[in-house]
Design a protein around this ligand. Structure first.
Ligand SMILES: [Zn+2]
Length: 205
């Protein structure tokens, strides 16, 4: 049984989510218990942090310069990424348009990544996706801001699904969004069996 109980204030705050049958009080408790690390830069990583806070994810670590995206009333949910230690463990790490050696990525059970207008959950990792799929379309400057919002929303959705345990995880597939054509494609990608990035990021507990 879960030790976490929703307080009246939390029930009121997250009521629109709790009434969804696929979330419910149990799902909301899972979100409140969850620990998510966000590694990325504004604007897209900032928008992701704001959405995770709004959804009620209990503990989020993110680069300090993204904390301005968070409502001051919810600031306690977010702590600086810079302050974590090597002993810290997360349920999910969100890697956003960052090329980071695997050793410096916070340890997490699941990795959801954004790279080059693609979103996936390892495996495959972003490097395997880049090898398997053709280059994504260039994004016009006018569309870049809107694209960032869409990608942050999709990423937040995948993270919430994984934390609550609903829907089908992206693992094994890669989602590509092209704002110029409005195409959203989900493509099956087989990870390279020798890929270190995939091997160190298990999809299951
Ligand atoms: Zn890989």
């Amino acid at each position: 049984m879960r030790a976490v109980r929703l307080e009246d204030q939390q029930i009121e705050r997250y009521s629109r989510q709790i009434v969804l049958p696929e979330i419910g009080a149990e799902g909301q408790c899972r979100l409140l218990e969850a620990r998510v690390a966000v590694v990325g830069t504004a604007p897209v990583a900032g928008e992701l942090v704001a959405q995770l806070v709004a959804a009620g994810v209990g503990a989020i670590v993110a680069p300090h310069d993204l904390h301005g995206y968070v409502d001051p009333a919810s600031a306690a949910q977010v702590t600086p990424l810079e302050a974590i230690t090597s002993d810290d463990r997360f349920d999910i790490v969100a890697l956003m348009d960052v090329v980071t050696p695997a050793t410096s990525v916070p340890a997490a059970t699941h990795t959801v990544w954004l790279a080059d207008s693609r979103i996936g959950e390892t495996p495959p990792c972003a490097a395997c996706a880049a090898r398997a799929l053709p280059p994504t379309a260039r994004c016009d400057v006018e569309l870049a801001s809107a694209r960032a919002s869409v990608l942050a929303a999709i990423m937040a959705t995948e993270i919430i699904k994984r934390l609550v345990g609903v829907g089908t995880a992206l693992a094994g597939h890669v989602l590509t969004y092209d704002p110029a054509t409005a195409d959203i494609a989900v493509t099956s990608v087989t990870p390279d069996p020798t890929c270190i990035g995939c091997a160190t990021r298990p999809a299951e507990d």
